[in-house]
Write a protein that binds this ligand. Structure first.
Ligand SMILES: Cc1cc2nc3c(=O)[nH]c(=O)nc-3n(C[C@H](O)[C@H](O)[C@H](O)COP(=O)(O)OP(=O)(O)OC[C@H]3O[C@@H](n4cnc5c(N)ncnc54)[C@H](O)[C@@H]3O)c2cc1C
Length: 391
């Protein structure tokens, strides 16, 4: 029987291992690979071997079977050094893996989820389209059945992992007028004829992750590519949103914590007007906001982790955590760059990278404006689907 003490000791050991790995293997390289827009493949492979990508995926499916609290602490620790690698830690437990974990056939689990959770392959989730991001049910990618095959046409935009993904979990509709009821989910192997991948270059933030367009041109998929039931694709897409948003929130806490630590160090060392800038109250005020922001965002992340661990719904809570933590990260990064003065815009200091990434954290996994609306609608009882407040 695992006791709370065993769990706490195991959690500490995993987080310490991550901190040590981040300091030794990631920190010396992150600025260079951020500028080059390419994560070294051997770094990903090494993390895979060490079990970084197994997350909350059950051990019998190849995962680490972590509890949610350990999962978010691991993501936070990695994200303090590189939040893009935090994405890789969370992805097999998020939409890419969770959809197969919950809806996959035994064959799909063996072929895709097991190697994904073991870090032997990578995947991508292709949901967003050039004309519909927040409005997922408004997608225009269509499919038709021809005998035993599905034929997909359309395109997805801003899809991550174009360089390393061996497969994509994607969505298409057989009748646009049905909105979400017409959507089905598919697993698309990278080498499928009719699949085209077009990377976008020179993004503001999230530079090391290869993001771009995924085009389907009369792409034929065998029947076994269907994930879940036909017409049940929207349910597949929605199943993992809570884990996905929790992952973004934990990454944002990591970014904000790094900004706080760097700002403290710089404020204690930089001299202006004959004294450390830490003595100026306006600098102290920024440190206060960062410290309170990090702590409150982390509390919210841990509350979400506890809800998911207990098997409760956390739709509103994870929206709150994603929105709040990424807003905290963005403010912390802005203040951290300010405290660093000109040094803040130099590649020698990491707060500039945190500033670029924090802005993007407010957009991915649902723009913060969308979450703001969703939280209020649930609070006010205005959601047509009868969704209730969590907890
Ligand atoms: C680096 C990066 C990586 C990404 N990776 C992936 C990926 O791997 N897979 C994937 O599928 N997608 C990915 N995305 C896409 C991301 O999920 C979308 O950008 C996001 O969902 C927002 O969609 P949009 O950009 O189309 O914005 P839109 O939907 O066009 O919204 C634009 C703005 O309109 C406002 N708005 C829209 N709807 C509402 C509403 N209901 N209430 C209030 N305000 C609203 C908000 O201000 C919002 O920011 C990625 C994006 C980036 C930048």
């Amino acid at each position: 029987m695992t006791t709370d003490l065993d769990l706490a000791a195991e959690r500490r050991a995993i987080v310490e291992m991550a901190a040590e790995f981040a300091a030794r293997e990631i920190a010396p390289r992150v600025a260079e690979y951020d500028a080059a827009e390419q994560i070294p493949r051997e770094l990903l492979d090494r993390m895979g071997e060490l079990g970084f990508f197994g997350g909350v995926v059950p051990t019998e499916m190849g995962g680490m079977g972590l509890d949610y609290r350990t999962f978010v602490e691991l993501i936070e620790e990695v994200s303090k050094t590189c939040q893009i690698l935090g994405t890789f830690v969370s992805m097999p437990s998020g939409l890419v893996g969770a959809s197969i974990e919950r809806f996959g056939t035994p064959e799909q689990i063996e072929r895709w989820l097991r190697p994904l959770a073991q870090g032997r392959i990578f995947g991508g989730a292709a949901v967003t389209e050039p004309g519909s991001g927040s409005d997922v049910a408004g997608m225009t990618t269509t499919y038709r059945r021809e005998g035993d095959e599905f034929v997909l046409n359309g395109s997805k935009a801003w899809i991550s992992n174009l360089d390393v993904a061996e497969f994509f979990v994607t969505f298409a509709t057989f009748d646009r007028s049905l909105r979400h009821r017409g959507v089905s989910a598919f697993i698309v192997p990278r080498d499928t004829p009719g699949l085209k991948l077009i990377p976008f270059k020179n993004k503001l933030g999230f530079r090391p992750i290869c993001t771009g367009e995924v085009v389907f041109e009369d792409m034929r998929l065998p029947a076994e590519s269907l994930l879940g039931e036909e017409g049940g694709g929207f349910k597949v897409a929605m199943t993992a949103v809570e884990r996905g948003r929790l992952g973004v929130a934990a990454r944002a806490v990591g970014v904000a914590q790094a900004c706080l630590e760097d700002s403290i160090a710089y404020a204690r060392e930089r001299i202006a007007f004959g004294k450390e800038i830490a003595n100026f109250q306006i600098v102290q005020s920024k440190i206060t906001d960062m410290a309170v922001g990090v702590r409150t965002a982390r509390l919210l992340v841990h509350e979400c982790a506890a809800a998911l661990q207990a098997g409760r719904r956390a739709r509103q809570l994870t929206s709150m955590a994603k929105m709040y933590a990424s807003d905290v990260a963005q403010r912390a990064a802005t203040d951290a760059v300010q405290i660093h003065g000109a040094a803040g815009v130099s590649p020698e200091y990491r707060v500039g990278r945190m500033y670029r990434d924090a802005k993007v954290l407010q957009i991915v996994e649902g723009s913060n404006d969308l979450h703001r609306a969703l939280i209020a609608e649930i609070e006010l009882g205005l959601r047509g689907d009868g969704e209730r407040r969590d907890g």
